[in-house]
Design a protein around this ligand. Structure first.
Ligand SMILES: C[S@@+](CC[C@H](N)C(=O)[O-])C[C@H]1O[C@@H](n2cnc3c(N)ncnc32)[C@H](O)[C@@H]1O
Length: 212
């Protein structure tokens, strides 16, 4: 399996190695991204494309008494995320399941916050998948999309990923494309933050209390 396919859907020993590595490597961009949103003290949070589960653990620590859900389409991601969060799964604060962002196995209007870290590059139908997230976010709740590369960033890593995007199939968006993506799905008060030297981007949006 090509390396890029391992990021898309980690599996086997190589996938497990990458997931452990990403748990460490994505920690900085995740903390930076999460600093742009208010993490609800209670209520429900979903981490879509949760990988090895480090973001779930961060959300548990930051959210007081809230419940945190994780979802990933890779069985190996779900297994490692469950291991990473074994203690909080036992106490009932965390629940992690296998599934696709394209068809979230949750009722509508239930999450106060949905986070998507380093995963949107791989989603099969970005506009429809963000609309699917919009469906499960509570009115008044929010979405945070966090990526360590964006189109047009001066950072070496962004340039490299962008250059090879046509071969790898990774979808790397510019900040304004991210803004449009969230707005078109129905999110309002969309804000896009960047750290240009690092190539990091975080887009946040709110589901209005009353849909337009
Ligand atoms: C590059 S990893 C990032 C994992 C984790 N969020 C992190 O920051 O370390 C991308 C993750 O998104 C998951 N993923 C990709 N496409 C998905 C989809 N369509 N539905 C659910 N999960 C998906 C992959 O299985 C993988 O675990």
């Amino acid at each position: 399996m090509a390396l890029n396919d391992q990021f898309r859907k980690p599996s086997g020993w190589m996938g497990r190695w990458l997931l452990r590595n990403m748990n460490k490597r994505h920690s900085g961009v995740t903390d930076w991204g999460l600093s742009h949103i208010t993490i609800p003290r209670d209520g429900a949070i979903l981490d879509v494309g949760c990988g090895g589960g480090r973001t779930i653990a961060k959300l548990v620590s930051a959210s007081g008494s809230g419940q945190v859900f994780g979802l990933d389409h890779s069985a190996d991601s779900v297994r490692l995320a469950a291991k990473t969060n074994a203690a909080t799964i036992r106490t009932g604060r965390v629940e992690i399941i296998q599934g696709s962002v394209s068809q979230l196995p949750y009722a509508s209007d239930i999450f106060d916050l949905v986070a998507a870290v380093e995963t949107i590059y791989f989603w099969p139908d970005l506009p429809a998948d963000v609309r699917e997230i919009w469906r499960v976010v509570k009115p008044g709740g929010s979405l945070a999309v966090i990526c360590e590369v964006y189109k047009g960033a001066p950072a070496a890593m962004s340039k490299m990923v962008e250059k090879h995007a046509s071969k790898t199939g990774m979808r790397v968006l510019a900040p304004e494309e991210l803004r449009t993506l969230l707005q078109d799905a129905g999110f309002v008060e969309v804000e896009v933050f960047t750290d240009a030297p690092k190539g990091w981007v975080c887009a946040t949006g709110l589901k209005p209390l009353r849909a337009a």
